[in-house]
Design a protein around this ligand. Structure first.
Ligand code: FUB
Length: 324
C-alpha cells in the first residue's frame, strides 16, 4: 500500500516523478534509476538510465502498480544515452511522453513518444523535436487547450551552452551578479509533436521586479521545472540544484514573468531534488524523490508523495519531507 513519505515502489529505483490524473487514477512518469556504481560528477554521468516504467495509483493509499517497461533507449533512433526526467500529457485522444536524452553528438535533446494508453507502451517519433535542447520537459495543457513545454537544466543539463541560441560546448553560465538563466518555454503545435514557436526564456523576478541573480543559489533556477494552475494562477516550481530546494514563483500568464514566492520542499537525502504537483479528489499532492532507500546513493532514488497545502492567500506551505 502506498503511504505518504515512503517509496512508492521498492523493487526498482525511480526518480523525477511527473504525476497526472488520467482516467480517474494518478499516473506517475518517473525516471528509472539503474543499480550501477558509476562515479558521480557535475556532468551527471552517474544518471545513466535506459528505459521508463509507468506507475499508477488507484488512490493515494492503494498499492502502486508498475506497468512495466513503457519505452526503451534501443527503440529511440536518435537517442544515444541517458533517459532523464520525463513528463506526459493528454490531448487529441492520445497520451504523449516527452523525454530528454543525449543525441549521437552527446547533446541533450527532447523527444516525444505516443500511446493510446496512459500506461504505454509508447512509440517514439523517429527524431527529436526540432529546435529542442537541454533537459527536464514538463508540459502544461492549459484550460484553453494550448499546450506549453517548460524545460532546461544547468550543468549536466547543458542550458549554459545554449545562451546564444546555438550549442557552444565551452560556454559558461552568466556572471554571478547578472540575472540567472531562466527555464525555457515553448508553445507546442496542435499535434504536440513540434514547437509552434521558438523557445523563450522565462524571467523569474523578486517581489520588487528585479531578476533573481545567478549568485542567488537559494532562489535561482537550476532544473526540474513544473507548472500547475491553482485558482487561476500559474505556479512555476523548480529545483535550486546546488542548494537542494524545491521553490516556486507565481504569474497570471503561462509564459511569465514569474514572481519568486518561497520554498516548497526542504532538502532531501541525495544531491538531486525533483518534483511534480497534482490535484486528486480535492486534495493537492507533491510527488518527489529521495535517496533514503539506497542509503544515500545520488543515482539510486525513490519516488514518494506527500500532501501539499495552500495558505488562504494562495501561497504554498513549506514541506519538510522528514517532519522535522
Ligand atoms: O535524473 C536525472 C536528472 O537528475 C534529472 O533530469 C534532473 O532533474 C535531476 O533529478
Amino acid at each position: 500500500m502506498a503511504k505518504p513519505n515512503e517509496p512508492l515502489v521498492t523493487h526498482i529505483y525511480t526518480a523525477d516523478p511527473s504525476a497526472h490524473v488520467f482516467e480517474g487514477k494518478i499516473y506517475i512518469y518517473p525516471s528509472h534509476d539503474l543499480d550501477h556504481e558509476k562515479q558521480s560528477n557535475d556532468n551527471g554521468d552517474q544518471y545513466d538510465m535506459e528505459d521508463y516504467h509507468v506507475l499508477s495509483l488507484e488512490d493515494t493509499d492503494a498499492p502502486c502498480v508498475d506497468h512495466g517497461e513503457a519505452l526503451h533507449l534501443r527503440d529511440i533512433p536518435w537517442a544515444k544515452q541517458q533517459l532523464w526526467a520525463p513528463d506526459a500529457a493528454y490531448k487529441n485522444e492520445t497520451y504523449y511522453l516527452f523525454f530528454p536524452a543525449r543525441d549521437q553528438n552527446d547533446v541533450f535533446r527532447i523527444g516525444v513518444a505516443t500511446s493510446a494508453s496512459p500506461a504505454g507502451p509508447f512509440t517514439p517519433e523517429p527524431d527529436y523535436i526540432p529546435g529542442s535542447f537541454s533537459i527536464d520537459p514538463a508540459v502544461l495543457v492549459d484550460d484553453d487547450n494550448n499546450a506549453y513545454m517548460y524545460f532546461g537544466g544547468l550543468w549536466g543539463g547543458q542550458l549554459e551552452k545554449w545562451q546564444t541560441g546555438e550549442f557552444l560546448p565551452d560556454a559558461e553560465g552568466p556572471d554571478p551578479s547578472a540575472p540567472a538563466l531562466g527555464p525555457r518555454v515553448a508553445k507546442l503545435s496542435d499535434d504536440m509533436l513540434t514547437f509552434a514557436e521558438p523557445p523563450k526564456e522565462i524571467s523569474i523576478v523578486d517581489e520588487e521586479g528585479s531578476p533573481i541573480a545567478a549568485s542567488d543559489e537559494d532562489r535561482r533556477y537550476f532544473e526540474g521545472p513544473w507548472v500547475h494552475k491553482h485558482n487561476g494562477n500559474y505556479y512555476l516550481s523548480y529545483s535550486t540544484g546546488s542548494t537542494h530546494y524545491i521553490v516556486y514563483a507565481m504569474s497570471d500568464k503561462p509564459e511569465g514573468p514569474y514572481v519568486y514566492k518561497g520554498k516548497i520542499l526542504t532538502p532531501v537525502i541525495g544531491w538531486t531534488t525533483h518534483h511534480s504537483i497534482v490535484q486528486f479528489k480535492e486534495k493537492w499532492y507533491l510527488f518527489y524523490h529521495d535517496s533514503s532507500l539506497s542509503g544515500g546513493a545520488d543515482n539510486k532514488r525513490s519516488v514518494k508523495y506527500t500532501e501539499l497545502k495552500y495558505n488562504e492567500d494562495g501561497t504554498i506551505q513549506t514541506i519538510d519531507p522528514y517532519g522535522n
